[in-house]
Ligand binder design. Structure first.
Ligand SMILES: Nc1nc2c(ncn2[C@@H]2O[C@H](COP(=O)(O)OP(=O)(O)O)[C@@H](O)[C@H]2O)c(=O)[nH]1
Ligand SMILES: [Mg+2]
Length: 332
């Protein structure tokens, strides 16, 4: 078989070829050099899908819930793409196999596309690979994109931040809401879910969270984060979650969704450039070895840093249209 070109895959994607979609997501996952050329060709079709992220501690019931939410959106007649991202796994799929099997009942439905994605510390990182994968699912024509991330940490926050709406899933037991607050989970939530409402402690957790978000958001011009109690294993309360997500979408739409998305995209460009510049500087351009040598010769770290910072900054060209100034921002 010939290696597919960016052009041929892009064209097949627009003809709704699922194998092409799977291949493009692999390219995104692996940081394949052909990816951006393929995305360029379909980019005018990106931007129609709604993207919802699900995060929370392991075992909270995210996979069970995503499965139910996928079902509910199918019930509304929407096509659904599910992306399960494990930022910690170097292996494609492996760690998420259990989740994938549980999702199996959905995979027989042509209106659903499910994909597990590991993401090694590739070019631009996990969040970049996730946005790329979402973009191709979007261009493919899937209406609802659900992103599940495994684990709790900065990488996971970066991943769910690519979604328009972030759902944080918690459940009673194991440290509860206090843990969530410590972990900064409330900060990223647009909607809070207390799952396992069938278990003792769920009501209490919901009340605590309700209070916590009121304290936090009472004073800000922010979206009033709803707390939704549900039981993912029976599906009870999932309809209410969809309503809460709809509410957040309406709130976004009444503000400036395009601007919000644009800001996220700008951030993404910056992160990619940061990563590229950093690689070039410390690796290919040899400054890593230079710094090591200077430090070994007994120079203080702050002196080495200042000197290197100055030399690098001085070589930075101003952006087209930016005022002429030196690297410190002082006008020439
Ligand atoms: N009692 C109860 N158990 C649930 C509920 N939802 C999920 N679970 C169970 O919780 C465990 C973890 O669920 P899973 O979806 O894999 O969690 P994830 O790690 O967050 O993706 C599984 O054994 C589920 O069957 C629920 O609403 N009630
Ligand atoms: Mg899971």
């Amino acid at each position: 078989m010939h290696a597919p070109t960016a052009e041929s895959l892009a064209e097949r994607l627009l003809r709704a070829d699922r194998a092409a979609l799977a291949r493009l997501i692999s390219w995104a996952e692996n940081g394949d050099a052909r990816f951006s050329a393929a995305l360029d060709r379909v980019y005018s079709r990106v931007g129609r899908a709604a993207r919802t992220g699900f995060t929370g501690p392991p075992g909270a019931g995210k996979s069970t819930l995503v499965n139910e939410v996928a079902k509910a959106y199918r019930g509304r007649g929407a096509t659904v793409g599910v992306l399960a991202v494990d930022p910690s796994s170097p292996f494609s799929g492996g760690a998420l196999l259990g989740d994938r099997i549980r999702m199996e009942e959905r995979t027989l439905d042509p209106g659903v596309f499910i994909r597990s994605m590991a993401s090694r510390e590739s070019h631009g990182g996990v969040a970049q690979a996730t946005v790329d994968a979402c973009d191709v699912m979007d261009a493919f024509g899937l209406a609802e994109i659900l992103i599940e991330t495994v684990g709790v940490g900065q990488a996971e926050y970066d991943v769910v931040a690519v979604a328009d709406t972030v759902v944080v899933v918690l459940c009673p037991g194991a440290g509860d809401g206090i843990q969530a607050m410590k972990a900064g989970l409330l900060e990223v939530a647009d909607v809070l879910v207390v799952n396992k409402s069938d278990l003792p402690g769920a009501d209490r957790l919901a009340r605590d969270l309700d209070e916590a978000v009121h304290v936090r958001f009472g004073r800000e011009q922010a979206f009033p984060v709803p707390v939704v109690s549900l039981c993912a294993s029976s599906g009870e309360g999932v309809a209410e979650l969809l309503e809460a997500v709809d509410g957040h979408r309406a709130w976004l739409a009444a503000r400036d969704l395009p601007a919000a998305r644009l800001a996220k995209r700008a951030e993404r460009v910056r992160k990619t450039v940061d990563a590229e510049v950093s690689l070039a500087l410390w690796g290919r351009r040899g400054w890593g070895a230079f710094v090591a040598a200077e430090l070994a010769a007994g120079l203080a770290p702050h002196r080495v840093a200042r000197e290197l910072g100055r030399r690098v900054s001085e070589t930075l060209p101003p952006a087209p249209g930016a005022p002429e100034s030196n690297f410190r921002g002082e006008r020439a």
